[in-house]
Design a protein around this ligand. Structure first.
Ligand SMILES: *[C@@H]1O[C@H](CO)[C@@H](O)[C@H](O)[C@H]1NC(C)=O
Length: 350
């Protein structure tokens, strides 16, 4: 009788050890597999690790003796929402102290890469875009513009501020603006895993037919940064112009959706922007193989990606307004705004 019990006890113990061992082995194999897929391209991994390492070592630090307004828990913007349900900040004027965050980011010696596409007649927007950027965009920080164009000879001479650099990269001409808009995802996918990735800490991808009117600074930096589209910020989600046809990869079913994001401005770390642009390029080519095109092209795919891969920071429509002459009480500072343009004239096939 007693021997039976001891026997059963040992069997259970053995089963326990066996179970533990199997689980442990499974886990190890999984992490081994993860490592394997991650090391497919050593240059990507190196760049990602380098930029992550840099951030880890440099948390935001403020200096003793640096004075700024006392942060309040009771007084602040109440006319707009400044945090998402997944606790990402939504940046509006009045939600941050630029002197404080400047003082903290200045210590970090960061570089911001910025891509702009100016193909065909869009080169006409370059002068205003770059000149206004030089007045308002990351003034006092290292900025590297990467300008993609099929007409390098039309790039205007702009005097750049200290530590602001412009690299012109020639790309083939494309006829349809939809193709330009979508082809850009593939170019960005490649750029974000190239050697250039080690030259900067953050990247923003901006439309060229826009002009800066107010400061755009380090308050916009984050892991994955999305900008609220200036037309739809007050709309119910079912009126967003998401792709609603299930045959497109960008399909978002009714009842789903957070915000409607613009494809005219987005950014983050190189790793995150690489994932986003890779996704959009892949989904677009699946659509193309079925002779489908999402209703708003790369913007539809971007919205789907950001619905399921939540951005870590959102920028309010201050960061991409629709028309400088239009005002609402919520937008207290217009920082970047689309310039009025005649689509018929600049889009070759609009
Ligand atoms: C700041 O960054 C630049 C470019 O990445 C580098 O050349 C420079 O040495 C850095 N300066 C300091 C003080 O770390």
């Amino acid at each position: 009788m007693k021997l039976d019990r001891i026997f059963i006890f040992f069997i259970l113990l053995l089963l326990g050890i066996l179970f533990y061992w199997v689980c442990y082995l499974g886990y190890n194999q999984e992490s081994y597999r993860k490592q394997q897929t991650q090391t497919t391209d050593p240059s990507i991994v190196k760049n990602i690790l380098m930029s992550e390492e840099k951030h880890k070592n440099l948390g935001l630090q403020s200096s003793p003796g640096f004075l700024y307004s006392q942060p309040s828990l009771l007084v602040g913007r109440t006319d707009v929402v400044s945090v998402t349900p997944w606790l990402a900040p939504i940046v509006w004027e009045g939600t941050f102290d630029s002197s404080l965050i400047d003082s903290m980011y200045k210590k970090k010696n960061i570089t911001i890469a910025t891509t702009v596409f100016a193909l065909g007649k869009y080169t006409r927007f370059l002068k205003e875009f770059l000149e206004s950027a030089e007045q308002h965009y990351f003034v006092g920080y290292r900025v590297r513009y990467y300008l993609f164009t099929d007409r390098p000879e039309e790039v205007p001479e702009i005097k750049l501020g200290e530590e602001h650099y412009l690299t012109i990269l020639k790309v083939p001409s494309m006829d349809r603006w939809q193709d330009i808009s979508m082809g850009r995802m593939e170019i960005l996918e490649k750029l974000t895993k190239s050697e250039l990735a080690s030259e900067a800490d953050y990247i923003f991808c901006l439309d060229v037919d826009a002009k800066f009117y107010g400061p755009w600074g380090v308050e916009t930096l984050g892991r994955l940064v999305a900008v609220i589209h200036p037309w739809f910020y007050g709309y119910p989600r079912d009126q967003f112009t998401y792709e609603r046809r299930p045959e497109s990869q960008a399909f978002i079913p009714a009842g789903e959706g957070d915000y409607y994001y613009t494809a005219a401005a987005f950014g983050g770390t190189f790793k995150e922007v690489h994932e986003l642009t890779k996704y959009c390029r892949e989904q677009q080519s699946i659509d193309a193989s079925k002779a489908t095109e999402a209703i708003w092209h790369d913007e539809s795919h971007l919205n789907k990606y950001l619905l399921y891969n939540k951005p870590s920071k959102l920028l309010s429509p201050e960061y991409l307004w629709r028309d400088i002459s239009m005002r609402t009480s919520q937008v207290k500072v217009i920082r970047l705004s689309h310039v009025a343009k005649n689509n018929e004239e600049v889009r070759q096939n609009a």
